[in-house]
Ligand binder design. Structure first.
Ligand code: GLC
Length: 748
């Protein structure tokens, strides 16, 4: 009788088709093998082992991964693809005579440099539309780990040294992408703050510091934007691997923050399948037959309770029913790339930072410009690794300036045309022979100092620009000597151009087309103006020309500190020092393939967060350490005044308002940053902590506007007495940057 009953059940179950309303029934109908297939990603190896032919390179389109289909119950496979600066899929497909390019947007650091959550959301919407129209379901972005140290190879993908700026940027991005009906995967949860030995490095950090800094931006974004998924990091936290960390994934993420989505590992992250599932990490990506077999075995031998497996399967099905693949959305494969290119250009310009302004800019319309520096002709649009985008083109500075109507000094232009051609051939030869070492930086043109060309240009050109380029990427951290510091040739070029042009009363601009913080102190006196454009995406040259020409007034602000020298950084002693000039792939530095996790070499196997809360500007401002440029700093072609500062107690916090007036000659935007300032007596607390910010719209000369920022009391716990009032000596101060001098106090 039972066998008949069971077989009736199976037949009935066989007729179930997944909907948003019958997930518990579908979970009951799944066999153990089917449940495990849903947990384990659907890499080609997995597909072959499962006898499926559905997923292949063409379907995956060069995406990062997928989930397994279970056709019997109407469960489709969903597609997961990178990345933070644009969708990453293969631009060519066999049998297709068209391309599938995606827009190369500005890197995360440039988006956060805009301090403009509206434009970050617009970038998210455009990127999300490409995810939708190219048939992908989840965008593996944003990357939100803090810039703990300037040399982390993936800082370009990340937003800031401050969790409030990072969290607000992430929330805006996620809301933008998910407004298109596709999902995101906020990453890497958590403390993935270095690439060296990333697969097994153990981050040793005080729990309070972890919560106030390294988890905070994730919390802000979860509470504000509910990313459909979160990706755990490769590293350990206080001895427990992120993907196996029940405290992190179940107690904090879901229990305290109310996260409703699914969690996936990073690609190849984690070690023990049963521990991963029981911790609340739902998917193991990109999957593989070994993971599949180990999970089946773990359930059968009791190591993995079926209840834990069912919880993960339930969350995966709850995710799947939200996706375009489940909705059978008929994607067009033709997103509006032209329109998105314009959004990329405007977002890049919005984040570009004017660091020094001594009269070189804006350039005189139609003037003759001498453009030096190899990066001017081979602009760096983005970083390498999974954060790269297969974009249709990159506009370099030369093209941007020509497009903006400037004359390119003939002698200089001719020199670089020939030189770059020779260098291109030399570099291509080297780059063709990387032997699969994806993580090695491409060889780039060597910097030279064409003295005679410089001398000639000083007499014929009106102004000069020197571009310094720096790239970085996943899988390695940056070297001080070979990446953070400028080379002798680069410093020599800046000095030579500066001397030649200053000799005839002309000015020069240095443009930083860089992946992260570089040394400025060594050469800053030679530059009249300094512009920081980070890695600005495919429209980079046009966006920079919009700023240099004055068509757009720079309004970016630094999302991190530029120290006087690298050794001033508070994490200097607790970060790996890369001495090689061609960093090899440190990701696997100590994973010797024997499965043994070692935690005995400082800054390689383990990294001690000894600086505690005093990281970034929290350190420099509290300890009175002078910096080259402070967090939150940035100049404008116009000037602003602030007054009528008000702090109004409201439900749950305060409204801080500031009246901002454009007191200069040209239209511009300003940023009001609100810091919680501690009394000197509170030695265990940073002197300044960003608690909110607001950016004006474009203000015409003489125009004013009021910026109002709500500061939650929950963000200011250290400053509150038992009755919820702010303790004596504590205050909320609006300022132009994190440095000590406050512009105007509240109430004045
Ligand atoms: C990589 C990265 C992660 C990326 C994933 C898929 O190793 O760490 O950011 O999303 O794998 O490419």
């Amino acid at each position: 009788m039972i066998s008949l009953f069971t077989s009736l059940l199976v037949v009935a179950a066989a007729n179930i088709t997944l909907t948003a309303d019958n997930i518990p029934e579908v979970v009951s109908a799944l066999t153990l093998e089917e449940k495990v297939r849903l947990i384990v990603g659907y890499s080609d190896g997995m597909a072959k082992a499962a006898g499926d032919v559905g997923i292949n390179n063409k379907t995956l389109m060069g995406a990062a991964g997928a989930t397994s289909p279970i056709e019997r119950l109407g469960i489709p496979s969903i597609i997961l693809a990178d990345g933070p600066a644009g969708l990453r899929i293969r631009p060519e497909r066999e049998g297709e005579n068209r391309t599938f390019y995606c827009t190369g947007f500005p890197i995360g650091t440039l988006l956060s440099s805009s301090w403009n959550t509206e434009i970050i959301r617009e970038v998210g919407e455009a990127m999300g539309n490409e995810v939708l129209e190219y048939g992908v379901d989840i965008l593996l972005a944003p990357g939100v780990n803090l810039h703990r140290n300037p040399l982390c190879g993936r800082n370009f993908e990340y937003y800031s040294e401050d969790p409030v700026l990072a969290g607000e940027s992430a929330a805006a991005f996620i809301a933008g992408v998910q407004s298109q009906g596709v999902g995101t995967s906020m990453k890497h949860f958590a403390l993935n703050n270095q690439e060296v030995n990333r697969l097994s490095n153990n981050a040793i950090v005080d729990e309070q510091v972890c919560r106030e800094l390294y988890l905070r931006q994730f919390e802000i974004a979860v509470r504000k934007a509910q990313p459909w998924t979160i990706m755990t990091s490769y590293n350990f936290i206080n001895g427990v691997h992120s993907a196996e960390n029940k405290w992190l994934l179940t107690d904090v993420l879901r229990g305290e923050w109310g996260f409703e989505g699914a969690v996936m590992t990073d690609w190849g992250g984690g070690y023990r399948g049963a521990a991963i599932v029981s911790a609340g990490n739902d998917m193991i990506q990109p999957g593989g037959v070994d993971w599949y077999n180990s999970l089946i075995e773990a359930v059968n031998d009791g190591t993995l309770p079926v209840e834990d497996l069912d919880k993960c399967v339930t969350r995966i099905l709850q995710l799947i029913v939200k996706t375009p693949s489940f909705r059978k959305y008929a994607h067009s494969d033709s997103p509006d790339l032209k329109a998105h290119a314009q959004i990329s250009r405007l977002a890049a310009a919005e984040g570009i930072i004017l660091l020094k302004h001594n009269g070189a800019l804006p350039l005189v319309a139609g003037s003759d410009i001498a453009v030096f520096g190899t990066a001017s002709y081979d602009f760096i649009a983005g970083g390498t690794g999974s954060g790269n985008v297969n974009k249709p083109y990159v506009v370099n500075l030369r093209e941007g300036l020509a497009g903006a109507g400037f004359l390119l000094n003939e002698k200089v232009d001719d020199f670089y045309a020939g030189y770059m051609k020779t260098e291109k051939a030399r570099c291509e030869k080297i780059n063709r022979n990387k032997n699969g070492k994806w993580y090695l930086d491409d060889e780039r043109a060597l910097e030279v100092i064409p003295e005679d060309v410089i001398a000639d240009a000083a007499s014929s050109a009106q102004s000069a620009i020197v571009t310094i380029g720096r790239i970085a990427g996943e899988g390695k951290d940056r070297s001080v000597e070979y990446n953070y510091l400028l080379s002798e040739a680069e410093k020599g070029l800046i000095k030579s151009v500066s001397d030649a042009f200053h000799r005839v009363g002309k000015k020069i601009t240095v443009l930083l087309n860089v992946c992260g913080v570089v040394d400025v102190t060594a050469w800053e006196p030679y530059a009249d103006d300094i512009v920081l454009c980070w890695l600005p995406g495919q429209e980079g040259g046009n966006a920079v020309a919009d700023i240099l020409s004055g068509k757009i007034n720079p309004s970016g602000r630094l999302p991190m500190t530029f120290p006087m020298k690298y050794e001033d950084d508070p994490t200097y002693a607790n970060f790996p020092r890369i001495l090689a000039d061609k960093p090899f792939n440190y990701s696997f530095y100590r994973s010797l393939g024997d499965g043994i996790v070692r935690h005995d070499i400082r800054n390689i196997d383990y990294t001690a967060y000894e600086e505690g809360l005093f990281m970034g500007y929290r350190y420099y401002v509290s300890r009175n350490v002078p910096v080259q440029y402070p967090f939150g700093y940035g100049l404008s072609y116009t000037t602003f005044s602030w007054d009528k500062m008000r702090m109004e107690k409201v439900e749950g916090g305060w409204n801080v308002s500031v009246c901002v007036k454009n007191t200069g000659e040209v239209a511009g935007k300003d940023v009001v940053e609100i810091y919680l300032e501690a009394p000197r007596s509170a030695a265990d607390r940073p002197l300044r902590e960003l608690k909110g910010f607001g950016k004006t719209r474009l203000l015409q000369p003489g125009e004013s506007t009021v910026i109002k920022v709500f500061i939650p009391a929950s963000e200011c716990k250290a400053a509150l007495s038992a009755d919820g009032r702010m303790k004596r000596g504590w205050s909320l101060v609006p300022a132009h940057d994190a440095s000590k001098d406050v512009d105007v106090m509240i109430g004045s």
